[in-house]
Design a protein around this ligand. Structure first.
Ligand SMILES: [Zn+2]
Length: 84
């Protein structure tokens, strides 16, 4: 009784690794194209309104310092991959 040879095992391993690498590259490419099309997300701190309410005076508000009043921020992937 002999098991599978070492070469068969290595060939299977190489096949699996290649499939995994191709899958990961495809997913990264899709994510990048998605970031290119939709680079912005709502600012978390002001929920996309661009303004911050005062805690002390109910009717006073100012621009959100995180998004400078735009209400949107660049997504993490855009900053990570430096996509324009
Ligand atoms: Zn904001």
């Amino acid at each position: 009784m002999t098991g599978p040879s070492i070469l068969d095992t290595l060939a299977d391993l190489a096949m699996c690794l290649t499939a995994a690498v191709v899958l990961v590259l495809t997913l990264v490419a899709l994510y990048r194209s998605n970031l290119k099309r939709h680079p912005y997300t709502d600012c978390r701190r002001c929920q996309g309104t661009g303004e911050r309410r005062s805690r002390l005076f109910a009717h006073s508000y100012g621009y959100c310092p995180d998004c400078t009043g735009t209400g949107r921020r660049t997504r993490l992937g855009v900053r990570l991959f430096n996509i324009r």
